[in-house]
Ligand binder design. Structure first.
Ligand code: AMP
Ligand code: ZN
Ligand code: FE
Ligand code: FE
Length: 273
């Protein structure tokens, strides 16, 4: 059993990287990729813990980008997390995320939900996202735990009253960055994207994989993305998007073990397209 899509406290997951590895081993996983949003900060710790536990570890990232009015997430597998360029891009994104979070807090305060910067950042490792904000409101008792998702929809979703957009890097730049640091760019959870968008354009930009197996994908969607993968010569991948809260379970849905070898081969081949 393998899981190629997980988050830790280096972005908006609940488990520290070494705790995540421990849980993966407990669940009987044989391989794990840590793919924090816009961050490589957890990878060294996770790699070390995985090494000690004889768990195969694939260093990863999930970069937030903007594509045809859609938020598009790009996974990068086998990246070199010491690559200065990828580290610098993450630092820039974190800086922009902090600025955005402050603007969201201003708006929430006006809506009657005051939060201090310290309350939001108590569990953060430089990265701050909307999950930290809603979790802090729950911890403070201003939002009930069962009302978390509803609050998110009303105030923090794209149509929400306190929404502030991200600073995005373009998919083109993210794809180049991932290839340049030795990694393989993969389109994350296509089934979660709205509106019109064109997979062919992303293929032309250089993606090498597509996440077909994903908890919210229907059987039909998975079948469709597997077909697309075949059609465009992409590696079909998958993972749980485990955050340590909510419904995701490590190792679910099932993903073929051979996926790792296919990704490794793509990484070795590189992105000369
Ligand atoms: P951010 O990085 O600030 O854009 O926040 C993205 C995170 O918010 C995602 O990883 C999801 O876990 C969470 N999220 C996005 N939309 C929703 C929603 N409608 N309800 C609950 N959580 C959400
Ligand atoms: Zn997340
Ligand atoms: Fe995502
Ligand atoms: Fe994710």
């Amino acid at each position: 059993m393998i899981d190629l899509h997980t988050h830790s406290t280096a972005s908006d997951g609940r488990d520290a990287p070494d705790e995540l590895v421990e849980k993966a081993v407990e669940q009987g996983l044989t391989a794990l990729s840590l793919t924090d949003h816009d961050s490589v900060n957890g990878l060294a710790e996770a790699a070390q813990a995985a090494h000690t536990a004889f768990l195969t570890f694939i260093p990863g990232i999930e970069i937030t980008t903007d594509f045809e009015d859609n938020e598009l997430h790009l996974l990068g597998y086998f990246i070199d997390y010491q690559d200065p360029e990828i580290i610098q891009v993450c630092i820039d994104i974190h800086q922009a995320r902090r600025q955005r979070a402050k603007e969201i807090l201003d708006r929430l305060a006006k809506e009657g939900f005051p939060l201090s910067w310290e309350e939001v950042n108590k569990d953060s490792d430089g990265f701050v996202g909307r999950s930290h904000i809603v979790d802090a409101l729950v911890d403070k008792g201003l939002v009930s735990p069962v009302g978390r998702d509803h609050f998110f929809d009303v105030y923090l979703s794209k149509a929400g009253r306190a929404y502030v957009p991200h600073y995005y890097i373009s998919p083109d730049k993210a794809i180049r960055l991932i290839w340049k640091s030795g990694g393989v760019p993969v389109l994350a959870h296509p089934g979660r994207m709205n509106g019109d968008w064109d997979l062919k354009k992303l293929v032309d930009m250089g993606i090498a994989g597509i996440e077909a197996w994903y908890p919210t994908h229907t059987r039909q969607e998975t079948a469709f993305y597997l077909e697309q993968a075949q059609c465009y010569g992409l590696v079909p991948t998958g993972g749980s998007d485990y955050h340590g809260r909510g419904k995701q379970v490590l190792g679910m849905p099932e993903v073929p073990d051979e996926t790792i070898e296919l990704l490794r081969e793509a990484a070795v081949k590189g992105g000369g397209k």
